[in-house]
Design a protein around this ligand. Sequence first.
Ligand code: FPP
Length: 247
Amino acid sequence: MSNDLLQRVRVHGAVPAHIAIIMDGNGRWAKGRSLPRPLGHHAGMKAVREVVEGSVEAGVGVLTLFAFSQENWQRPAGEIEALMKLLEEYIAREASDLRTQGVSVRILGHLERLGPGARRAVERIMAETAGGRALALNLCISYSARAEIARAARLLAESVVAGRLDPSNIDEDAVGRMLYTAEWPDPDLLIRTSGEMRISNFLLWQLAYAELYVTPVLWPDFTRRHLFEAILEFQRRERRFGRVEAG
Ligand code: FPP
């Protein structure tokens, strides 16, 4: 079934170079089964594996996943602790497979806020997978798009003060170079699971022309088949980037 969809993706048209995903619905998945919320997050790890492998199979170049927002620090301490442990578990379990698959992992966000265990784990996975060529996997952790843009403004201001940059040279490319995502193209496709119609402070600058795809599927139920369906829908869309249609 998923092989069939993959074949259709391959013949249908261009595959998005960069896919971003807001992984939502873990809490509702757990609630529906009368389980504690952290077990929903745990079940969500399998879906992460699915979309990483599916992206490699489909030939997607960059996959950016929203795993933990700066706003998520306001959740109950027990849930935050469970999410941080899960991050460490994910890294311990997946690092060598990711490396074998040629996936290079980067962690984007305000990492200074992470505890020492999580910090060590993220440094480890970035070092161990550096150089992977099949897929760039960005995990956004302690991430906020507005904070990212404010940080870019601060970095540009510091360059001006230091005499390295003339304010008249601050254009869109200059801002883009100061974002965590500087080395990758902007996402072509944003997927959000669990039916919510929100951007939730995710990649506000980079999503300017992304195609939006919202599915009611809860994140722990999301498989590579769902990823391929989203790519097929993307391939049916006509992207105009503010211009009129071609021809
Ligand atoms: C949103 O669901 C999901 C999160 C805040 C956490 C995402 C984490 C994972 C998918 C698991 C691990 C992934 C890695 C890379 C370690 P929610 O809790 O907001 O769900 P709800 O809206 O139904 O309450």
